[in-house]
Ligand binder design. Structure first.
Ligand code: DGT
Ligand code: CA
Ligand code: CA
Ligand code: ZN
Length: 588
């Protein structure tokens, strides 16, 4: 263990990402919860984690330049401000080390298995010494868990199912998290004199919802020591490989990053090759072969002569294709579409004119209605829907009939004096156990827009779950099905749903499906977006913001929709307000 003073010195000049600070607070809260600590303390850490993640500026920078200002951040008091300073200067937190002396840190990963909370994680540890997912799986297979008090054979089966549903091997990193690590790294790399170009390729550039690792491509002037600069990045925890033109590292926080350095003549070909996907690359290489060309990461070659390589567009051109957006490069028909001039013109963030799902302090949002409206106006949208929760979501205290009615009145008064932006009176209404809606028909009929979604009963078998959703869609007032599969990336699998039937029903009734832009939801996924469009279902992309800062999540949803081949005309909230409203009226 390094003494505190020298650790602080060793870290001078490094910066701690917001996501890293948030992760430490979350881990501490999880461990404290397992210990049975006071719920208010847990909530304080978790609220702080969220608020730090959403912060558009670096807490590290604030802690170093003006630590007093930390207390002004939402959810941060004096005590937490001190802890942030501690993390920034020492890289760790004494409180976390203390708790983890009593409880193995792995226990927090058990808590993430659906059906196991803090209490059960604790019971598994106390009763069977389990603190890793591997041990959990082994014990479940051996039938040892069913004998623990409060567990049974059914729980054991559930645990096995949940573990099987997780991707094998290491967890992939959310795109939004990878973005924070990747973009700062990129800025650092570009600052080295002699670096001509640097970009992140791989699945990140293809906008996949999660990434396995980041792949950075760079071109440099001769003799630029970029590999040395790359492995010298202060956030690097381990250098896994290093050669003259490439290296692989793991950053603190676990993200893995590959670097490839090329000369300028090859940069476009390298960018193309390392953007992938592999399946797409192989298909294009085959086209090249038919033309007598060799396509690799250094260029496109006829015999020994390089005929393209400097830019990506050149590479496409010599194999007879127009440039294909990275989001489409999955060998899912994009090459044929490119060849026949049928590539879609993909929707863009700038096309979005309104955001139709967000929460306020009336349910589980952290900003008031007025604050949300003001933030939406700053983004330049024309309209927004306030969609607070209905009563069934007791945890967050949704609005009841009277609550919604009062809110609608309030919105009418606001609309009367607002310019440039219109508020839709709306709600996110729970779909109850058998498909009934969690609000009376009369109030629903008065709303401008109704989103319905599932927040409970995730485990129903497919026929029952599908019937439940179809019944909800039968309701005359429903406009949008929110986060249709209920999945949370890396944490909760999608509900069992016959999506084809749901899509057909939605198309018949003119009900829209949501692409929820929360970076850990991104629900619908890319393949389902495309299926929906093919069936003729209209989509909306919504931030589902629970704070003003989260309105910016819209970009993740737009990326996801682009991966699903969505054009502007497939996304209803690209319509100007009048037309969007017409669309809602047409259904009533
Ligand atoms: P990831 O990291 O799992 O999220 O996915 P990618 O697509 O970033 O995959 P990665 O990091 O293994 O490799 C980056 C790109 O390099 C990949 O998308 C295509 C290219 N690539 C890697 N291996 C091969 C290969 O064996 N053949 C071809 N044609 N391309 C490859
Ligand atoms: Ca990668
Ligand atoms: Ca890689
Ligand atoms: Zn929801």
């Amino acid at each position: 263990m390094v003494a505190k003073g020298s650790a602080a010195k060793a870290r001078a000049g490094t910066t701690v990402e917001n996501v890293e600070v948030a992760r430490i607070f979350r881990e501490l809260a999880d461990l404290l919860e397992i210990q049975g600590a006071n719920p208010f303390r847990l909530r304080a850490y978790r609220n702080a984690a969220r608020s730090i993640e959403e912060l558009p500026e670096s807490v590290d920078a604030i802690a170093r330049s003006d630590p007093d200002r930390l207390c002004e951040l939402p959810g941060i008091g004096k005590n937490l401000a001190g802890k942030i300073v501690e993390i920034v200067t020492s890289g760790t937190l004494a409180a976390l080390r203390e708790v983890s002396r009593e409880l193995p840190r792995g226990l927090t990963t058990l808590m993430g298995v659906r059906g196991l909370g803090a209490k059960r994680a604790r019971a598994l540890y106390d009763g069977l010494g389990i603190h890793t997912l591997k041990q959990l799986e082994r014990a479940a297979r051996a039938g040892r868990i069913r004998d623990l008090a409060g567990f049974g054979e059914k729980t054991e089966q559930h645990i096995l199912q949940e573990l099987a549903a997780r991707s094998p091997g290491e967890q992939r990193v959310l795109r939004s998290v990878a973005a924070q690590y990747g973009e700062t790294y990129l800025t650092y790399l570009r600052a080295l004199p002699g670096v001509l170009q640097a970009e992140i390729a791989g699945s990140y550039r293809r906008c996949r919802e999660t990434v396995g690792d980041l792949d950075i491509l760079a071109s440099v002037k001769p003799r630029t020591p970029l590999v040395g600069h790359f492995v010298g990045y202060p956030e690097v925890e381990e250098v896994m490989a290093q050669g003259p033109t490439k290296a692989s590292v793991r950053l603190r926080g676990g993200v893995q990053v590959d670097l490839r350095v090329l000369d300028q003549e090859s940069y476009g070909a390298g960018l193309y090759y390392f953007t992938g996907s592999k399946a797409h690359n192989i298909a294009v290489r085959r086209i090249g072969q038919k033309l007598g060309l060799k396509v690799n990461e250094y260029g496109v070659f006829r015999g020994k002569r390089r005929i393209a390589g400097r830019t990506e567009a050149d590479v496409f051109r010599v194999v007879g294709l127009p440039w294909i957006p990275p989001e489409l490069r999955e060998d899912r028909g994009e090459i044929d579409a490119a060849r026949t001039g049928m590539l879609p013109r993909l929707v863009e963030l700038g096309d979005i004119r309104g955001d139709v799902q967000m929460h306020t302090t009336a349910s589980d949002g952290r900003n008031t209605l007025e604050e949300m409206v003001e933030a939406v106006r700053t983004l330049g949208y024309e309209y927004l829907a306030i969609t607070d929760h209905s009563p069934a979501l007791r945890m967050v205290q949704g609005l009841d009939r009277d609550g919604f009615r009062a809110q609608m009145k309030h919105i009418e008064r606001l609309n009367a004096r607002l310019r440039h932006v219109t508020i839709l009176r709306a709600g996110e209404i729970d779909i109850l156990a058998h498909g009934a809606l969690d609000l009376d028909d009369e109030t629903l009929a008065e709303m401008d827009l109704v989103v319905v979604s599932i927040h409970s009963g995730f485990d129903l078998p497919e026929p029952k779950q599908t019937e439940r959703v179809l019944r909800a869609l039968d309701h005359r007032s429903v406009d949008i099905l929110g986060h249709p599969t209920g999945r949370i990336l890396n944490r909760r699998s999608p509900i069992a749903l016959d999506l084809e039937r749901v899509l057909r029903a939605a198309a018949e009734r003119g009900i829209m499906l949501e692409v929820n832009a929360q970076p850990d939801r991104l629900d619908l996924d890319d393949v389902s977006v495309r299926a929906a469009i093919e069936v003729g279902v209209r989509l909306v992309i919504s931030s589902d913001a629970h704070a003003a800062a989260e309105l910016r999540f819209m970009r993740w949803g737009v990326d996801q929709a682009r991966r699903g081949w969505a054009r502007k005309e497939d996304i209803a909230n690209t319509l100007p307000f009048r037309e969007f409203r017409k669309l809602l009226h047409a259904r009533r």
